[in-house]
Design a protein around this ligand. Sequence first.
Ligand SMILES: *[C@@H]1O[C@H](CO)[C@@H](O)[C@H](O)[C@H]1NC(C)=O
Ligand SMILES: *[C@@H]1O[C@H](CO)[C@@H](O)[C@H](O)[C@H]1NC(C)=O
Ligand SMILES: *[C@@H]1O[C@H](CO)[C@@H](O)[C@H](O)[C@H]1NC(C)=O
Ligand SMILES: *[C@@H]1O[C@H](CO)[C@@H](O)[C@H](O)[C@H]1NC(C)=O
Length: 282
Amino acid sequence: MMMMMMIKLSFFSFALLLCIASSNAQNQGVGFGYGGTNGPNKWGALSPYYSKCSAGKLQSPIDIPKKQTFYSRRLGSLVRDYHPANATLVNHIFNIAMFFGKGAGDMVLNGKNYTLKQMHWHTPSEHLINGVQYAAELQMVHQAQDGDFAVVATLFKLGDEEPFLTKMKERLERLREDKCGGNTTGQVEVGEVDTKHIERKTRKYFRYIGSLTTPPCSQNVSWTILGKVRSLSEEQMQLLKAPLDISYKNNSRPVQPLNGRKVEMFHELADKTDDDNNEVRN
Ligand SMILES: *[C@@H]1O[C@H](CO)[C@@H](O)[C@H](O)[C@H]1NC(C)=O
Ligand SMILES: *[C@@H]1O[C@H](CO)[C@@H](O)[C@H](O)[C@H]1NC(C)=O
Ligand SMILES: *[C@@H]1O[C@H](CO)[C@@H](O)[C@H](O)[C@H]1NC(C)=O
Ligand SMILES: *[C@@H]1O[C@H](CO)[C@@H](O)[C@H](O)[C@H]1NC(C)=O
């Protein structure tokens, strides 16, 4: 009996060691980090391919100065036409992402189609609004035929459960278990995703030109930050962090200077009176 317990105990500590060892090994593969010698202010020097991270003048994320955003009727309502697609949830060690294979439909921006390729989460949020950082941010990455990117971001505060993450609970738990079992594949098939869960109607959004928020920090990315902050539960936030390496559990790049960029804003109810009226008139 005692022997059994000891074996169990040593097996447990071995598994724990394995978990730490394997995550350190994976850590080196990623190259960039969120603190220390490979933290965000060092990214530009880590590789010639990452030079935009330090030299670029149109970098993301930013702190959105609500009162200084420009209402732009020209932007119009957000046009998105997603369709069901088979998806795969992947543990990138530095974030959790969902890939849609050939894509899950398009977003139309200035007459150009951008296909939804993948989406991933950051904790806490990368974009700030009026200096406020939120608990998490979902970034939906769209790409056009010519390679241009358009990203749609949703900010989350702690509160009620987020329905899509509730559906993904078991899969996220599997990613967490795979990680500690030293499974290097770190991916889970999701099957068909009903896009009604990710295509939430939005009346208001912010728009600016920025970059990818991880190396190589490529610029000319069209950013759309949804105006409505949604919520996720504390448990869901922990589940998004659990499969990640310890140094990537906080995986948000600090905000970057605007360098004279304008942040535009669109609101469907711009002519009506509502509680957002003050921002709208600016
Ligand atoms: C998803 O995969 C299943 C099984 O391979 C297939 O039957 C189905 O048509 C696929 N759905 C889409 C939208 O591609
Ligand atoms: C590793 O993960 C893959 C994909 O999720 C799975 O098919 C495989 O069974 C896992 N292997 C172990 C040893 O857990
Ligand atoms: C930047 O993006 C716009 C549209 O999003 C595109 O027309 C333009 O060619 C791009 N410029 C570069 C340098 O990639
Ligand atoms: C992440 O950030 C939170 C809040 O700032 C902090 O309490 C926590 O220690 C950080 N975690 C890690 C692993 O750095």
